[in-house]
Design a protein around this ligand. Structure first.
Ligand code: 13P
Length: 264
């Protein structure tokens, strides 16, 4: 059984003060609300995992506010070099030191706004797997790729190179893939349940052909792109979708809690 992940990628939202309040509210909900308590039990039973990815400068506030271990933390990016003259970058060991469990790599905004390439992401993924941090590795096609029927080719290119030197057991146990079609991110246009399932099944089959069925069965694959409480249950009901990476609808505790409720 793969543990479902409900992860909030806050992007450049929620300063330290807001983050502290968010964590307190979410923990209070997990402790006192009826559905919240069921969600807490599901986390303890390893049926679901709740993750938030605040901006770097808010991670400390999340750690300080957090009383229990029901919420896991993720960074949104990292650089692969261990230290040195890389102005503005944050190393993986610096992120480890904060208490984060995960780091998001290759988000479409990193690829398309900041020009991150498959070559760079191969280095970032390998460096992450040399630490205790677990990568949430994002892939996804542009609208023009989808319209020209190139979705599977894009996913293949984005994954083959970065995982070609990895061992199957490492991929299955440590890597989380987030399928985020770029045209669905922040646009309100969610992929249909069927399209999301097809892309995630394709990714799982790619893992099976490169590493074998055991790795493919263990690999967690999330969907991201305008996921919200109205559509989360349908997406999560798909057999190859193991969770959600949520942007806009994860920034406030109330809507994030509603999505968690649909995952338990
Ligand atoms: P939205 O949920 O705001 O579309 O963002 C998705 C995303 O990019 C999560 O990483």
């Amino acid at each position: 059984m793969r543990t479902r992940m409900i992860a909030g990628n806050w992007k450049m939202n929620n300063n330290a003060a807001v983050t502290g309040e968010f964590v307190k509210k979410l923990e209070a909900w997990l402790d006192s609300d009826e559905v919240g308590k069921k969600s807490a039990a599901a986390v303890k039973d390893k049926k679901i995992e709740i993750v938030i990815a605040p901006p770097f400068t808010s991670i400390g506030a999340a750690v300080a506010a957090k009383k229990g271990s029901l919420i896991s933390l993720s960074a949104q990016n990292a650089y692969f070099e261990p230290k040195g003259a890389f102005t503005g970058e944050i190393s993986l060991s610096m992120i480890e030191e904060t208490g984060c469990k995960y780091v998001i790599l290759g988000h479409s905004e990193r690829r398309h706004i900041f020009g991150e390439t498959d070559e760079l992401l191969e280095k970032k993924l390998a460096a992450t797997l040399a630490t205790k941090l677990l990568p949430i590795f994002c892939v996804g096609e542009l609208l023009e790729d989808r319209e020209s029927g190139a979705t599977n080719d894009v996913l293949t290119t984005q994954l083959k190179r970065v995982w070609k030197n990895l061992k199957g057991d490492v991929v299955g146990e440590k890597v989380v893939i987030a399928y985020e079609p770029v045209w669905a991110i922040g646009t309100g246009k969610t992929a249909s349940n069927d399209d999301a399932q097809k892309a995630c099944a394709f990714i799982r089959d790619l893992a099976a052909s490169d590493f074998g069925r055991k790795t493919a069965d263990a690999l967690r694959i999330l969907y991201g792109g305008s996921a919200k409480a109205d559509n989360s249950a349908g997406i999560l009901s798909q057999p190859d979708i193991d969770g959600l990476l949520i942007g806009g609808a994860s920034v406030a505790p109330e809507s994030f809690e509603k999505i968690i409720s649909t995952a338990i």
